[in-house]
Design a protein around this ligand. Structure first.
Ligand SMILES: [Cu+2]
Length: 279
């Protein structure tokens, strides 16, 4: 009897905890409310099954507890029960998985007119690249990475001259515009995750993965690495700032193009080279 009561308390307490808990998602800042809906749906389906199973156990303990004059019946098979349990489980699992497939379809179907942002993961920092005025990102090679060319941009690709290289872990995005995130790693597995965007994606060396979002609220949000990537994994943080159009333009103006990053060095080399001859 005591065990039955404890089980009822566990079932009721779990539901109350879910409804009253202060630990919940941070307010959403992107178009991916679907992700929240699918997680809620999973919570309610698994929650209903959990409550049903626990209450059924409580009922059985209460109803069929041991008395000296009662004997258990041996019933190894029950075709009817097995059939409907199989059907009910299949429906429950399908109800949890099917919406996710639709959401996934939208997650990787980038709307026309989306701008591009390249995100580069590296032990243990985030860098970014924007396509610049021509709207095109140049090709990259990890072997080209150097202090002047931290993202390995191909210098003989004309599309690369105006590519904006954003270092220091903070990137800005305009409010209300769809953005295709292209994810690249120069070393090991990482995962770009902004909890408020409800979107994340693994980053795999030698591969470009992607997803898209439309930011729906201005603010500064933390970027986390959600794939264990070495001893510095926990410090692999960054910031995404969602700006209105004016602030975004102002930020964009301050960013350095690949040409600007590499020219001063060439200039310096050009200036110093003739000097020994003049002496
Ligand atoms: Cu990482």
């Amino acid at each position: 009897m005591k065990t039955a009561i404890i089980l009822v308390i566990v079932a009721v307490g779990s539901v109350l905890f879910h409804l009253l808990s202060p630990w919940w998602w941070t307010p959403i800042a992107s178009n991916w409310a679907y992700i929240d809906h699918t997680i809620s749906l999973t919570f309610w389906i698994t929650g209903a099954v959990f409550v049903a199973v626990v209450l059924f156990m409580a009922y059985c303990i209460f109803r069929f507890h041991h008395t000296p004059d009662r004997q258990a019946a041996y019933e190894p098979e029950n075709k009817k029960l097995e059939a409907w349990l199989t059907v009910a489980t299949a429906i429950g699992v399908a109800a949890m998985l099917a919406p996710g497939l639709f959401v996934w379809g939208q997650f990787v179907t980038v709307p026309k007119g989306a701008t591009e942002l390249e995100i580069v993961g590296q032990q243990w920092q985030w860098s970014y690249r924007l396509p610049g005025k021509d709207g095109k990102l140049a090709t990259t090679y990890t072997s080209l990475i150097s202090p002047e060319n931290p993202l390995g941009i191909n210098p003989s690709d004309p599309a690369g001259r105006d590519d904006l290289v954003v270092e220091g872990g903070e990137v800005h995005l305009p409010l209300g515009k769809p953005v295709k995130m292209l994810l690249r790693s120069v070393d090991v597995l990482h995962d770009f995750y902004v909890p408020e965007f409800r979107a994340k994606m693994d980053i795999i060396p030698d591969m470009v993965t992607y997803f898209w979002i439309t930011p729906t609220r201005t603010g500064t949000f933390d970027v986390l690495c959600a794939e264990l990537c070495g001893v510095g994994h926990h410090i692999m943080r960054g910031k995404v700032v969602i700006d209105n159009e004016t602030d975004y333009r102002a930020w964009l103006e301050q960013q350095k193009t690949f040409a600007e990053l590499t020219t001063p060095i060439r200039k310096a080399e050009g200036e110093t080279a003739p000097l020994p001859a003049a002496q």
